[in-house]
Design a protein around this ligand. Structure first.
Ligand code: NDP
Length: 385
């Protein structure tokens, strides 16, 4: 029996993870489950999976969580420190699935324990960069990439040296607005942006997928996970989302990982690694899919990948600033306060206005994140005046 904690248990990745655990109840013991404010949903999961502890990050939700868990024997806890404490509890694997930089401190706490961490929370790695990879090296933790693209690359790289890699190509679905004109993009609504053609995901990553910031953040993530150099990292649009990424070797061989567009596949790969486990998914039917197509990204309509590449090249604090500005801009878009096409403009303006020195500790990264958010809010205020 293996033990598992799921940070962000009430989200889309959390649900996919727990769906796999539910199918193998004799193999798993659940330690910590966390949420932000969804106390009722978290309590339901904690009771179903007999978790040791359930934590809401938002302390205002703690009374509801306590009430829902009364008499269950499950510890109910709340607040940022409780979240970090839950992440440090011994577990064979921790799934880091909180959305945004809010997941950074608990993810780092899990990494510091030196165990396995399945990383879905890309914003944490984008913001912390070398601070996180240094913590992984120091603690001896195993970082298992859960994002479908990075999981694909991880699988295609298995047993091969970076010296033999000619290039790594991240595939991008292109999102729901792939063929939209600039005028259409300008008028895009949150409801349209979160309706992804291939994947069922949380609201923030769905908007990121529509702007292509998701692919840009993944480029930065790949830069840290697979250090082959930015010049060897490429992006290609592949609307069917069947190939999840590819590694080209110097002999001309390209290895690709294919699979259904369902996060249970890469999550299962992480949970079972280095073994394999069953998933309930129908086998990939390539004859039914018929065609796999590819095209170059259009950075005129979708400037996000260009901005992310520039931030990765600048290094230091730039990716944390970019990530924070994007989180603030996406929240404003989802709240109906910012046009879709202004998301990238806000990010570019914040990057131009705020260039702090490189962070060297978790506290530094969190300070950069907080200051960049403040900067983004002031850019937003100017934009809406
Ligand atoms: P969701 O929005 O569906 O879920 C987010 C989870 O994080 C919820 O449990 C939520 O709790 C919790 N949460 C939100 N804000 C906070 C906070 N401030 N403090 C603590 N917990 C918080 O997101 P997804 O599952 O879609 O995405 C999670 C991460 O995985 C993201 O980084 C995303 O980029 C990445 N990812 C997701 C994929 C997907 O298919 N969904 C694919 C690849 C990567 P509550 O329910 O209480 O709000």
């Amino acid at each position: 029996m293996r033990s598992i904690s799921v940070l962000g248990a009430t989200g889309s990745i959390g649900a996919s993870t727990l769906d796999l655990i539910r199918r193998e109840p004799d193999k798993w013991r659940v330690v910590a489950l966390t949420a932000n404010g969804n106390a009722a949903g978290l309590a339901r999961l904690a009771i179903e999976f007999r978790a040791e502890i359930a934590v809401v990050a938002d302390e205002n939700s703690l009374p509801d969580l306590r009430e829902a868990l009364a008499g269950s024997g499950i510890v109910a806890s709340g607040g940022a420190a409780a979240l970090v404490e839950a992440a440090t509890r011994p577990a064979d694997i921790t799934v880091a699935a909180i959305v945004g930089c809010a997941g950074l401190a608990p993810t780092m706490a899990a990494i510091e324990q030196g165990r396995s961490v399945a990383l879905a929370n890309k914003e944490a790695l984008v913001a912390a960069g070398e601070v996180m990879t240094a913590a992984v090296a120091r603690s001896g933790a195993t970082l298992l990439p859960t994002d479908s693209e990075h999981n694909a690359i991880f699988q295609c790289l298995a047993g091969n040296s970076y010296d033999h890699v000619r290039s790594i190509t991240l595939t991008a679905s292109g999102g729901p607005f792939l063929d939209w004109t600039m005028d259409q993009l300008h008028a895009a609504t949150p409801a349209q942006a979160i309706k992804h053609p291939n994947w069922d995901m949380g609201a923030k990553i769905s908007v990121d997928s529509a702007t292509m910031f998701n692919k840009g953040l993944e480029l930065i993530e790949a830069h840290h996970l697979f250090p082959v150099g930015l010049d060897r990292l490429k992006i290609i649009v592949h609307p069917q989302s069947v190939i999840h990424s590819m590694v080209e070797y110097r002999d001309g061989s390209t290895l690709a990982q294919l699979g259904p567009s369902d996060m249970r596949v890469p999550i299962a790969s992480c949970l079972a690694w280095p073994q394999r486990m069953d998933t309930p998914l129908a086998p990939l039917d390539l004859a039914a899919i018929g065609e796999l197509t590819f095209r170059a990204p259009d950075e005129e309509r979708f400037p996000a990948t260009r901005l992310c590449r520039l931030a990765a090249e600048a290094g230091g604090a730039a990716p944390a600033v970019l990530n924070a500005a994007n989180e603030v801009a996406v929240a404003a878009f989802l709240a109906g306060k910012l046009p879709f096409t202004r998301i990238a403009v806000v990010v570019e303006q914040v990057l131009a206005r705020y260039a702090p020195p490189p962070p060297v500790s978790l506290a530094d990264v969190m300070a950069v994140d907080a200051a960049a958010r403040a900067e983004a809010r002031s850019v937003l205020e100017l934009a809406t005046k």
